[in-house]
Design a protein around this ligand. Structure first.
Ligand code: ZN
Ligand code: ZN
Length: 408
């Protein structure tokens, strides 16, 4: 069988040339002990964000695993645009183990954890970054993303992987570490057989693809779609829209995105537009015979108001839907009149539901699309700074999706 990842490059700087200091403790030999059936280290290495664009490597004690909790041995932490943003501009001064798109193996599961949740030692799983309360209306709907227990913006005690302070015991709240702690209220999914950890690392952008384009945007059979931004998120939306039966998929990007645009076409985009070389609105009108598109999705990063303005203009005459991200605090001269006259529905891109994750995992298991073209690079823990910068377009060139492998 051919390798699933022919284009993967493992990259990184030798430790000596890395700008990141690696504490002497990191080089100590880690003693192993046995918890349950699986041998685990006594100390856990983690990459900790300690300030804007600043990483320190620290060790944390292996937590005690109570009957209702579990321990995840990390395999792959996916890195996305949110990491790029939160690394450069941390929302707080607290030390944080980042990594919110986590795939791993259950190394230790308490008896109650297995009984209540159905996950046992040795299972390969995807852990949502939302840690739920299990009691509220959102939790009962499988919409853990909206639960106050995980809302760091409104609840200072909220728990969310990749966001929660590493000072909060038992510290292991992020995937840029060898192990992650799973309390009873972690939301866990089985990774289907035949899906490698690295491929499973795409589940978050794929789940967002299901949520934003299908559930929010209403994309389905014969839909016409504009996807702005050909990063891992835009490419995942492309696959999901194609699978759902969209009859026209247009992906926009900049001249820097040449390699990504090529992948977009291989994954099902009908047209790609370089917005720096062509007038995107004129081109969309030409492609659609003046009609415009049913749905516009914003998957750009740091592009300001432009994607929303283009989306509003590119939508069909009446009744289109635009899915927006909230990158900007303000939007001067927002074209409210145009939005209402065109009877546009605005939806908010906000992570994923339980159902979207399950559908995304099934999509990955189908192997129907060459998604190994998206999982382009892997990085070891010591290169986390380089990995995040590369996803942001400033380190290693042509990174689409980066998998952080905390044991490398
Ligand atoms: Zn993410
Ligand atoms: Zn809840």
């Amino acid at each position: 069988m051919a390798s699933l990842r022919p284009t993967v490059k493992t990259v990184g700087l030798p430790a000596s040339s890395s700008k990141i200091g690696m504490g002497g403790a990191l080089h100590e030999k880690i003693a192993a002990r046995s918890i349950g059936k699986i041998a685990v280290a006594e100390k856990v290495r983690a990459a900790v964000r300690t300030g804007p664009s600043k990483t320190e490597f620290r060790e944390y004690p292996m937590p005690d695993i109570a009957e209702d909790s579990a321990l995840l041995k990390m395999e792959v932490a996916g890195i996305c645009g949110t990491d790029v943003k939160l690394y450069a501009h941390p929302p707080s001064n607290a030390p944080v183990i980042m990594g919110h798109e986590n795939i791993g193996t259950i190394a230790k599961a308490g008896r109650e954890f297995t009984r209540r949740k159905g996950f046992k030692e040795g299972d390969l799983v995807f852990v949502e970054h939302y840690v739920m309360c299990g009691k509220c209306e959102w939790c009962h709907l499988g919409q853990y993303r909206h639960c106050e227990n995980t809302d760091w913006r409104t609840n200072p005690d909220g728990i969310r992987y990749g966001y929660t302070s590493a000072e909060k015991a038992p510290h292991l709240w992020g995937g840029f570490a060898q192990y992650v702690y799973l309390p009873w209220n972690a939301v866990v999914h089985h990774v289907p057989k035949g899906v490698t950890p690295e491929l499973a690392g795409l589940v978050t952008p794929m789940a967002n693809g299901v949520e934003w384009s299908l559930f929010d945007g209403g994309v389905g059979y014969d839909s016409t779609v504009l996807i702005q931004g050909p990063g891992q998120q835009g490419l995942s939306q492309t696959v999901i829209c194609k699978q759902a039966g969209a009859s026209l998929i247009i992906v926009t990007g900049t001249s820097r995105d040449t390699a990504r645009m090529k992948v977009a076409k291989e994954l099902g985009a009908d047209f790609v537009i370089d917005v720096q070389k062509e007038d995107p609105l004129a081109r969309i009108r030409e492609i659609t015979g003046g009609r415009g598109v049913d749905v516009a999705l914003d998957c750009t990063a740091g592009a300001g108001t432009m994607p929303i303005l283009l989306g509003v203009d590119a939508l069909k005459r009446k009744g289109g839907t635009i899915v927006v991200q909230g990158e900007m605090k303000e939007f001067p001269n927002f074209p409210l009149e145009k939005v209402t006259v065109k009877f546009i529905t605005i939806k908010s891109a906000r992570g994923h539901s339980y159902k979207a994750c399950e559908l995304a995992l099934q999509q990955l298991a189908s192997k129907r699309f060459p998604l190994e073209k998206v999982t382009t690079h892997t990085f070891g823990l010591k290169d986390v700074d380089l990995a995040i910068r590369s996803v942001g377009g400033k380190g290693v060139p042509d990174v689409i999706h980066a998998s952080l492998m905390p044991w490398q």
